[in-house]
Design a protein around this ligand. Sequence first.
Ligand SMILES: Cc1cc2nc3c(=O)[nH]c(=O)nc-3n(C[C@H](O)[C@H](O)[C@H](O)COP(=O)(O)OP(=O)(O)OC[C@H]3O[C@@H](n4cnc5c(N)ncnc54)[C@H](O)[C@@H]3O)c2cc1C
Length: 218
Amino acid sequence: MEDLTYSISAINSIGHYRIFKLMPKDKALEYKAGHFVMLNNGQIGRPYSIASAPSWPYLEFVIHLIGGQFTSYLEKVKVGDELKVKGPAGHFTYNDEERLILIGGGAGIAPLMSITRHVIEEKKAKVDLFYSSRYLHEAPYLSELMSYAKAGLINLHFTVTREEIGGFRHGRFSPEDILKLGDISDATVFLCGNMAMAKAFKESLEGKVADFKVEAWG
Ligand SMILES: Cc1cc2nc3c(=O)[nH]c(=O)nc-3n(C[C@H](O)[C@H](O)[C@H](O)COP(=O)(O)OP(=O)(O)OC[C@H]3O[C@@H](n4cnc5c(N)ncnc54)[C@H](O)[C@@H]3O)c2cc1C
């Protein structure tokens, strides 16, 4: 796998999250919705899920700035700076399934965003997306997802976990929320979160759905 050179073309801030758009300098990466890549600055690198749809001319990432080694570097980059991209990698990919249940929170929305955007373009699958955010003002892509839901393209289930906001659900999702959808025996679950969350959902839902895919970061 070669390192491809990309240039940062836009940076958007949403609280502690940044959305980066990266344009290829030369050759563009080919990938599937749900893949991740290694982003690096020539010295250090970390894996990040791609949030854009594979047909798009640029790569998009949503990154939670946690003050670690690489995210501290990303806090300082500017439009025009270059990053190396190596990949794609991972098994958390969309493979033409027709019924999807997507579950994730915070930056875990990244691969689910790629899958949602791709599926909407392809008009192929029925999607229930369970998206949780700690705070309403720190929910990347919420307005885009709400517009898809309003247009009837996805069923969006959104919850805010650390504050109570009128008109919005409060508290974490549980496997019971997924089971309330009814017959989900033909559905593939894509869950992007931590190990504990993945374990809890997998134990409750495995056997009741067609497939269960996990991307666990920590
Ligand atoms: C397949 C894969 C895909 C990923 N995709 C994304 C993505 O799309 N967006 C994204 O923001 N991150 C993503 N990550 C996490 C990312 O790779 C880095 O781990 C993260 O950005 C922290 O890197 P750092 O160098 O700043 O922190 P480091 O210097 O490596 O770590 C600093 C400290 O913070 C802790 N820490 C690490 N991550 C978190 C966290 N999220 N919250 C709180 N503490 C943490 C570490 O345990 C460590 O103690 C992904 C990870 C994997 C494995």
